[in-house]
Design a protein around this ligand. Structure first.
Ligand SMILES: [Mn+2]
Length: 347
């Protein structure tokens, strides 16, 4: 989300606050796209996918969102109601002929949330719109802006660039994702541009109160039970600089939750005063440990995630580790995190 780490490519390519003329020109030829995001979609993923799809449909383009059924967390399922009228498909069925695939908010092609995974080198014209610093430009046409707070911020720029009117439901979808990825306009990734775009979306009719209530004040019982466990299991090490918690498969199912409900619960250990690096270890499916990492202040975590095969943003990253017991993953990653803070000179 923030940009404290140097991007691994040239500044010209990596400071694309607005899509290139070339990118827009190719996008304008699209008539029947499928729009897809990443596995375990968050508010930014759902908002950007459905926001662009709805804006396209309002402008005569037959857009479909690729989204497996049942994968949207309870907390953000209200966003699906905002996007009524956008058709969805659970799999990339070859009998439906799309002319293009637009991948949004997805750091790597292997993280695309549709089966079978599309062949981005095949006949479908592919587009990649994303703000993850580790995005490797996997599509034919790429617009990657790691300085954008969110993919919803980028889609807002795109809708304006295409000269389309921002409708009320599109504004609400994009605002929800912008709100989500900026942590309610409070994380370091929040720029003046994010706030300006937020204001534009509100002017266009984004429903601030409804979205705020849904995202912040509508916890259902099972999510609440899950948080109780996150609080309970929080451990603090490295003189209070590192805090982490864990959720076993049993914790998650006993609370009445599923893997897709693990979203931003890492904000609990992160909220402790003095914590510079927070982690949540969760076993949403047996044998797979997912780690959410967050950095505070100047602490970046993406290098730490990459060391274990993950990626993401400079200060918000993730990893999945298979076939290792939770205790072993925790001890390895916590040791690496302590070393990481020492290397960064964080006292
Ligand atoms: Mn995002």
């Amino acid at each position: 989300m923030s940009n404290a780490v140097a991007a691994p490519r040239t500044p010209e390519v990596r400071s694309n606050r607005s899509p290139t003329h070339e990118f827009v020109k190719h996008l304008q030829t699209v008539r029947k796209p499928i729009i897809v995001g990443h596995v375990t979609p968050d508010a930014d993923c759902i908002g950007s996918n459905f926001g662009l799809a709805l804006a396209m449909r309002e402008n005569g383009i037959d857009a479909t969102v690729g989204l497996p059924t049942g994968c949207v967390a309870n907390k953000i399922s209200f966003m699906l109601d905002l996007s009524r009228g956008v058709p969805t498909t659970g799999e990339l069925n070859p009998s439906i002929s799309f002319d293009s695939i637009i991948v949004i908010d997805t750091a790597a092609a292997k993280r695309i949330n549709i089966q079978p995974l599309p062949d981005l080198g095949g006949p479908l014209v592919s587009f990649n719109i994303d703000h993850h610093i580790t995005n490797d430009d996997f599509a034919r046409h790429n617009w990657v802006d790691p300085h954008a707070s969110s993919s919803c911020e980028m889609v807002s720029v795109l809708v304006n660039r295409l000269g389309w009117k921002m409708s009320k439901p599109v504004a609400s979808l994009l605002y929800a994702g912008l709100y989500g990825d900026t942590g309610g306009f409070s994380l370091p990734c929040t720029s003046a541009e994010s706030l300006r775009i937020g204001a534009e979306l509100v002017s266009a009719g984004a429903d601030v109160a409804h979205i705020g209530e849904q995202l912040c004040r509508s916890q259902n019982r099972s999510d609440f039970e899950l948080l109780r466990r996150v609080y309970d299991h929080t451990t603090v090490v490295a003189d209070g600089r590192i805090a982490y918690s864990h959720l076993s498969y049993k914790d998650i199912t006993d609370a009445g939750c599923k893997a897709d409900d693990i979203d931003d619960q890492v904000s609990i250990p992160r909220a402790l005063k003095g914590v510079r690096l927070a982690m949540l270890f969760s076993e949403g499916e047996p044998g797979v440990v997912r780690i959410n990492l967050r950095g505070e202040g100047t602490v970046t975590v993406v290098e730490l995630a990459q060391r274990f095969g993950g990626g993401g943003h400079a200060q918000s990253a993730g990893v999945k580790m298979k076939n290792k017991p939770m205790e072993q993953v925790i001890s390895e990653v916590v040791a690496a995190a302590e070393e990481h803070l020492r290397n960064l000179g964080v006292k």
